[in-house]
Design a protein around this ligand. Structure first.
Ligand code: FE2
Length: 180
């Protein structure tokens, strides 16, 4: 199947051919192909969220250089309940009295878990008290098999902040942070 995006209102539709007129803005407009054709964009035949973001940026802020942070969604974005990586710190509950940090996507509302639409990975970073950033690891999930949960033991007293990112193959990268 092919995904089409209206160049006027950014409406996206999955259809064999672009509609005419656009079902959203109801005018005759050009539709751009935003289908993913390589494994890197989330799976061949799925929606390429990077292409969608690039086209939105080009339209809304012509000439602006796109940064990765422009693509990251957070607490105020639509769909946050299913996508935000929720960080929970359980002090003293790891092995040997260490602190346990658990990151879950879909704590409020479960996210789909099929090959067409799933959480691909979760990444965790810690900001040390001196400001240095520590990579606390990453989990990659198999659709339909794994639950999007990542946990590890840390010494929470070392850190000021924890940051986590999750990636949905259709809805992009999401961010959450926790002050310790
Ligand atoms: Fe999603």
């Amino acid at each position: 199947m092919t995904y089409w995006m209206c160049d006027k209102c950014s409406f996206v539709i999955e259809a064999p051919k672009p509609p005419d007129p656009c079902p959203s803005c109801h005018i005759k407009c050009a539709f751009n192909d935003v289908t993913c054709y390589t494994p890197e964009c989330g799976g061949i035949g799925s929606l390429d969220s990077r292409l969608v973001a690039q086209r939105v940026m080009k339209k809304e802020k012509p000439g602006k250089i796109m940064r990765f942070s422009d693509l990251v969604k957070g607490r105020n974005s639509e769909g946050k309940e299913k996508h935000i990586p929720s960080i929970e710190l359980m002090k003293g509950q790891g092995k040997g009295g260490k602190d346990l940090v658990e990151v879950v996507v879909g704590r409020e509302a479960p996210h789909p878990n099929t090959p067409e639409h799933y959480i691909v990975w979760i990444q965790l970073f810690g900001v040390l008290k001196d400001g240095h950033i520590l990579d606390l690891g990453r989990a990659v999930f198999k659709p339909g098999v794994d639950k999007p949960v990542y946990s590890m033991e840390i010494d929470a007293a070392q850190f000021n902040h924890l940051f986590s990112f999750s990636y949905c193959n259709l809805h992009g990268v999401w961010e959450q942070h926790m002050e310790i």
